[in-house]
Design a protein around this ligand. Sequence first.
Ligand SMILES: [Zn+2]
Length: 160
Amino acid sequence: MFEDLIPELQGPAKDLVDACGSAGLLPKVTSTRRSHQAQVRLYRRWQSGLSPLPAAPPGTSAHEFGYAFDLVVSPWEALADVGYTWESWGGVWGGEKDPVHFQYPGFVPPPVETTGLPWWASLAMPTQAVDILDTPLAKKTQSDFHYVWCGWFPNSSSCR
Ligand SMILES: [Zn+2]
């Protein structure tokens, strides 16, 4: 179920789902790693008001990099407890705005330039699995993503 996530996240994700199951919360994982195209679709739904849950601009979602998963439980309100548990384990939780969202703490979003683009511009970006896993988590910095960004847009002002 979690094979698409970064290795460091797989164990805790499974533990969280198991804990929810033991508590009788009927956990259901609704999303793990997302393709770039899937993120574009979700973002458009969010932008047009069709989705109650927020979506990050394409290219910036932790889901696209395997750093997050979405989990629903029953009753829905129990997500606050699940989120609290996740945070107590050191994870990042989506909170009230995005209660289904559970994220690994090491994720750094790509540079803000991507967020200033209209959604359709991201269609021009190739889907790119960013190989940042051979760098220890603590060493991942903005420059790793700067490198990726410049691979997409070598002529943008910040790359020349
Ligand atoms: Zn999410």
